[in-house]
Design a protein around this ligand. Structure first.
Ligand SMILES: [Zn+2]
Ligand SMILES: [Zn+2]
Length: 405
């Protein structure tokens, strides 16, 4: 498997309103058209299905065979017995077995753009024989349980030229040292339909605000927040911590109330005990519900755990606001379901050196009882963003890097 870090493909597509050409990054879902000025949300559930157009060096006008590759990018947390391990994953892997073809899409493809699979594409398409689930199992390997969050998962069809038994790379036109006799593709392009919805507030019809890679959009007219989820815009409760005046950036966090199957961690009293918080347990702590906070944005896994821990330990009390702050909102790029996945590694981090808890957590099943989106204000200070009340900071570069994850 090739490991390429922090690279995003660009996607060529057409504006669904006026047909003008538009470009998206792999991490983006909102198409902003420079021509007709509309904004549309692109839905590619369960995963996007792309192809890369063949290069111009087609030897003697041969037929094109497209071969599928899975692409995976995300943060991996491994729930070992020593600590929650983590790493950034960025991989591609051949999605057909029993055929000797290049195992990954390789670096050379990074100069090319992707296009969405559409009907009537010329060429033969080899159907994938390795499922998405099998691909994930291959990535995870055996051993410790792994959790993946913030992932990009897509299927990319790469072009090859076929001349009887000879196979050529579809991008470079180079002859491959592989016999093509087993490449018996005779299927047309898979059926794959893209869907779009206009980026308008379902409540009042105003244009929704938010960056092209944000999963949460806000309506400044009726003061509401909307999350893009399974082809729909779902209203979410948005809250703010601290007053925002003077802030340079508001960062989104998922605030979750969690149900545990075995672990006792429903109240602040439980958290004091589990996380060894230097505070004596008071009667009111036994009735105070505990909230877990995880960043609603992608950032390197080590920092992700650190700020989740700091915010959760603070048990902040956010409030609602009648007026949307004018501060810049950092895009929420991590879906709520994946924020929920991060609760177990977060708890492992909170219960440092408690082996018996880790063993319990590795098997734990968590459920989401309630959630809110909470914005924390940050001020810029040199190369960092600082949260004054909670006394922590984030390097500006870490957000830049996270945007490409
Ligand atoms: Zn347009
Ligand atoms: Zn509205």
């Amino acid at each position: 498997m090739a490991v390429v870090s922090g690279y995003n493909f660009q996607i060529d597509l057409l504006c669904p309103q006026c047909g003008a050409p538009a470009v998206l990054e792999e991490t983006q879902t909102i198409i902003k058209c420079d021509f007709c000025r509309t904004r549309n949300i692109l839905h590619s559930h369960p995963y996007p299905c792309f192809y890369m157009a063949p290069g111009l060096k087609n030897p003697a006008g041969l037929s094109v065979v497209y071969v599928p590759y899975w692409r995976f990018k995300g943060l991996e947390f491994s729930l070992g017995e020593k600590s929650p391990g983590f790493r950034v994953m960025d991989r591609s892997h051949l999605a057909v077995d029993k055929i000797r073809l290049p195992l990954s899409i390789g670096l050379r493809s990074q100069t090319q753009t992707l296009k969405f699979i559409r009907e009537n594409l010329v060429g033969k398409f080899l159907p994938p024989t390795i499922s998405r689930k099998e691909m994930l199992q291959q990535i995870a390997g055996t051993g410790e349980k792994k959790i993946y969050i913030g992932e990009i998962f897509s299927l990319i069809f790469m072009p090859f030229f076929q001349d009887a038994d000879i196979l050529y790379d579809g991008l470079s036109g180079k002859k491959l040292a592989i016999t093509a006799s087993t490449l018996m593709a005779d299927t047309p392009a898979p059926v794959y339909r893209l869907e779009y919805t206009p980026s308008l507030c379902p409540n009042c019809g105003w244009d929704l605000r938010g960056d092209a890679d944000s999963l949460v959009l806000q309506c400044n007219h009726c003061n509401t927040f909307w999350v893009i989820h399974h082809k729909k815009l779902i209203k979410v409760k948005g809250m703010f911590f601290d007053s925002c005046p003077g802030a340079d950036l508001c960062l989104p966090f998922w605030r979750m109330q969690i149900g545990f199957k075995t672990l006792e961690c429903g109240t602040y009293a439980h958290l004091i005990k589990l996380a060894n918080i230097p505070e004596s347990i008071q009667e009111e702590h036994k009735h105070q519900a505990v909230y877990f906070y995880v960043p609603a944005f992608k950032i390197n896994p080590k920092l992700f755990l650190r700020i989740a821990r700091q915010t959760t330990l603070a048990q902040i009390e956010p409030t609602r606001t009648d007026k949307m702050p004018t501060t810049q909102f950092y895009p929420a790029t991590l879906p709520l379901e994946e924020g929920l996945q991060a609760v177990v590694p977060l708890l492992m981090d909170l219960c440092a050196n408690k082996k018996e808890i880790w063993i319990l957590l590795a098997k734990e099943k968590v459920t989401l009882n309630a959630f809110t989106l909470v914005y924390l204000p940050f001020q810029t200070s040199g190369s960092e963003y600082v949260q004054d009340t909670l006394c922590f900071s984030l390097p500006k570069n870490s957000l830049k890097f996270g945007r490409r994850l």
